[in-house]
Design a protein around this ligand. Structure first.
Ligand SMILES: CC(C)(COP(=O)(O)OP(=O)(O)OC[C@H]1O[C@@H](n2cnc3c(N)ncnc32)[C@H](O)[C@@H]1OP(=O)(O)O)[C@@H](O)C(=O)NCCC(=O)NCCS
Length: 164
């Protein structure tokens, strides 16, 4: 994949096993602990080797610079699911999340996906991002997330059909 320049001198490039600790650092910073959306390191490690899984990293200032965001997805046949999208709080609000999402869509479509889907907690600000990038609400999973205090939160599922 060609690396993509985006605002704030951010470089997007593929990642792998060796990046798992940097990915976890972004995850731990970006996701508020209260909603139960965050993945554990063992969950990430379990998904990375699966067929069709891709990790995209955002470096702040070049390939050797710190990782400030990532997207993780899996493409199987003509479907691609965005599993995680996160940007470090120090880099949020500057277009990076949108750039990662657009790169995910571009790569998934290039890999043959005609249906992109994802789930996100109802009330997460990312809902606005997904809606603005052509994703439509397809369903609701009630009490899907369990927060640290035991409170349950619904998830919304989104789909974007790709005409080819
Ligand atoms: C969701 C997330 C990846 C967005 O990253 P970002 O770099 O801040 O996003 P962008 O700057 O590209 O903003 C894109 C859009 O997201 C929406 N958005 C992002 N943060 C928002 C907030 N706090 N409040 C309202 N809208 C918000 C807006 O629609 C925004 O578009 P706009 O600037 O044109 O209004 C980031 O907030 C994050 O890591 N959140 C925690 C992890 C998470 O919940 N991930 C999603 C579920 S997997």
């Amino acid at each position: 994949m060609a690396t993509s320049p985006v605002p704030r001198e951010i470089l997007l490039e593929p990642g792998g096993w060796e990046d798992i600790d940097a990915v976890m650092a972004v995850m731990d910073d970006a996701f508020p602990p209260c909603f139960g959306e965050r993945w554990s390191k063992s969950q990430i490690a379990g998904v990375l080797p699966l067929t069709g899984v891709r990790l995209l990293l955002a470096h702040d200032g070049g390939a050797e610079a710190p990782i400030v965001g990532f997207a993780l997805w899996r493409t199987v046949s003509d479907e691609s699911e965005l599993l995680l999208l996160a940007v470090h709080t120090s880099a949020q609000g500057q277009g990076l999340g949108r750039a990662l999402l657009e790169d995910f869509a571009e790569q998934a479509i290039a890999d043959g996906a005609t249906r992109l889907h994802l789930e996100v907690r109802d009330g997460n600000p990312a809902n606005r991002l997904y809606a603005s990038e052509g994703f439509d609400v397809a369903g609701r999973r009630r009490a899907y997330y369990r927060g640290v205090d035991g409170e349950r939160h619904d998830a919304l599922t989104y789909v974007r059909m790709v005409s080819q």
